[in-house]
Design a protein around this ligand. Sequence first.
Ligand code: GLC
Ligand code: CA
Length: 570
Amino acid sequence: MEKNSDRWWRNEVGYIVYPEAFKDGNGDGIGDLKGLISKLDYLKDLGVGMLWICPIFASPMEDNGYDVSDYYAINPRFGSLEDLKLLLSEAHERNIRILLDLVLNHTSKEHPWFQKALADPSSEERSYYIFRKGKMVGDKLLPPTNWGSFFTPSCWEKVEGSDEFYFHAFGSGMPDVDWSNPKVRELYAEIADFYIKLGVDGFRLDAVAHLAKDLSFTDSDLYDEDGDGFVLDPSKFSNRPELFHYLEEFREKALKGRSVLLIGEVGGSVQPYEGKALADRLSGPLDLLFNFDTVWNNGNFGSIGKKDEEIVTDVMQLKHNFTRWYDACHNSCDMPLYWCNHDHPRLLAQYGSRIYRKESAKALALTLLFLYGTPFLYQGEELAMDNLIEGSIEDFAADVGTADSITSYRKAGYSDEQILSFLRRAARMNARTPLSWDSSPYGGFSEVKPLLPYTKDYLAGYNAKVEHDDPYSVLNFYRSAIALRKNTYYNNLVQNSQLEWIDWNHQDVISYLHRGYTTIMVITNMRPYQVYFTFNFQIADVLLHNYDGVLLSNHVLTLRPFESYLLVVK
Ligand code: GLC
Ligand code: CA
């Protein structure tokens, strides 16, 4: 298998664009490709060199574009193929690479393949999906297995007027395609080839862990905690051995040796040794692999019923998760880094602090940027945008994953008040609010009222215009931090030296260094209060710092709330 030799992403910082919420270019209240093109200079100034753009293909938008109804057409709300071509050429002119988000695991139920499959059980398209007969228990027709889905209790949806069901790992409007069918694999290789010919630089492969299923379709024997008859059992359709071969074939047939970046989104409890095989520099079918392990290290995931005060960053768990992936992978793989994306709340609300807003946003930026790997930030992080803290249940239910969970929580007896406080803390819609560009109405996102619910961040001074003009803003801190990270000298140090953790057992501080001709060190207080840190080095230079002055005496650093340093030390 031929792999990219230059591995350009090792010198880059990526940026995740959620197009619907990035910038409206045609005044209909919805973000689009024209809007994105109009802000490429902003992204260039920020210093990012590649964009992962969440799906832009034709879609009924049941799951915001992750439900594709035509892979060869651009969703008209985002623009046209011509707009995509323009985006590619304008971005490339600015040395920004473009990665499309390609959904290989499922289509929309409105995709013509699925429509044909439903209409004609003897059609070839029927074999692109997974249909199975239900189980008769007494006089009741039950789904073929007790497997749960990520969004709904069962991963089987009954086909009306028949005793068959179709499989969906996510929403019921998103039937999984059957990757054990060679024809399906061929069709997806052709789709990728089409966009490579158009000039895209890579793909983020969505939900790729789930391509291979346990085709024996036997019940899971995991314990059914909520007693609804279904259990989410990752072993049935996540990270199964066949996945490697499917991706290997995809790489070969779609890329045909061309230098195109493949990043897999691999959740489903993937272990570092599995990730390592998939992203191996020489033999892995992918180049980079997003795992989920450092996203929810604060008890926020599924935290319905908890109070806000109970959500506290587990700094040890974070360090442990960064390290176990680093240790397993860095010798043989390149790795991506990220805090959060469009599937999570805002970073500020996850690991940061509303009280120490600027300090925490800067601290989190610095801490991630100088770890081994290719950092990706999610739109709005660079502005310290916040969650949708005034959102209503309806606002949050605009996301299908959340709508399904609201139904389950109500069934389980939670009050709407409990559900709402949970959603304002943890739901995906928190990160899908329009980006705030300036202080004008709707934050300069659109001339008309945005279709998506929006935050008041733009009025509180957290917008691109105000932050551009303020030398101490979060935006300008990001610009400096990214520029330093991309500096060839420091980037080499980060990518090619050993990462060494300092005072590993400190419960509040993340600190690490990279030793080379120069040694650079990061020290971050992850708490909204003051802590102490033993410091046995000599400071040769302070490269980045989010406070004034250094509080150091007798080898003890006093770290103020979310104080963070990038130092050159001896
Ligand atoms: C990925 C996407 C998420 C989507 C899911 C199903 O996890 O990031 O937004 O809902 O796949 O496609
Ligand atoms: Ca628009």
